[in-house]
Design a protein around this ligand. Structure first.
Ligand code: NDP
Length: 234
């Protein structure tokens, strides 16, 4: 098993699962870079940064925006001398889509945020990823082609399926450096996206996901796993 990642980067870190990743990574002793669209408004992150001076840095990043990704890649070395764990967590779900009224805007935004963003961010950060490190992409069971989907959130489903292929491509590209790239389903989680009917807390989900991330290895790279570490159907 690879040693514990100690320099971690989380996207979409200002709320939901991203914020919980930051909390738990700090609790286990990591140095953490928390990326979010509007650091000035990220009250909880800024509070955490005050509690962990020098160990938590909050940087601006819109994963869907090329200029923002490039600027972030330039800024990152100022606060971190490498990244052992990249959690591509930022994501969007446009709810309420109906057949006949799906728009290019929601489909394109979903693809840009959920698939293009994680893929190109990982590519631009590749030189700063430590050999032997891990990239974890937050996917969803809604991406699964075998799921016999109802017509629910098609833009989200399509974009997460694209993210799964991006995961396999990144796994291939980074294998020579011993970097493992995995897709993870966090379960149905109580966040703004998961809604109030969800089954588990962000705390429970992230604790389980960090166990799966710890167990990442070249042999498991390119796979899609649930929070218990079991392989999921693509
Ligand atoms: P939330 O909606 O609660 O939070 C989404 C986060 O992503 C926010 O921090 C948001 O920032 C950020 N984000 C959205 N777009 C961008 C962008 N363009 N650039 C940077 N950050 C962005 O979602 P969850 O915490 O529930 O979900 C986290 C991940 O887990 C997502 O990828 C989601 O698809 C996945 N997931 C969640 C499930 C659940 O049940 N909750 C189930 C399966 C998968 P801002 O505040 O600026 O909008």
């Amino acid at each position: 098993m690879a040693p514990s990642p100690r320099r971690s980067l989380v996207t979409g870190a200002n709320r939901g699962l991203g914020l919980e990743f930051v909390r738990q990574l700090l609790a286990r002793g990591d140095r953490v870079v928390a990326a979010c669209r509007h650091p000035g408004r990220a009250t909880e992150l800024n509070h955490l940064a005050g509690e962990h001076p020098g160990r938590l840095h909050v940087l601006p990043l819109d994963v869907a925006d090329e200029k923002s990704r490039t600027a972030f890649a330039h800024e990152l070395p100022l606060v971190a001398d490498g990244i052992d764990l990249l959690v591509n967590n930022a994501g969007v779900l446009h709810s309420g889509e109906r057949w006949g009224s799906v728009t290019a805007a929601t489909l394109e935004d979903s693809l840009r945020t959920n698939a293009v963003g994680p893929f190109l961010l990982t590519q631009v950060l590749a030189p700063q990823l430590a050999d032997g490190g891990t990239v974890a992409n937050l996917s969803s069971m809604m991406s699964s082609l075998g799921d016999d989907p109802d017509f629910h959130s098609p833009s989200y489903r399509i974009s997460k399926t694209a993210l799964n292929m991006a995961t396999r491509m990144l796994a291939k590209a980074l294998a020579p450096r011993g970097i493992s790239v995995i897709a993870l389903c966090p379960g149905w989680v109580l966040t703004d996206m998961g809604g109030s009917g969800a089954q588990i807390s962000a705390n429970e989900s992230v604790a389980a996901l960090l166990g799966v991330i710890e167990a990442a290895s070249p042999a498991r790279s390119g796979g899609f796993y649930d929070r218990f570490g079991a392989a999921m159907a693509w």
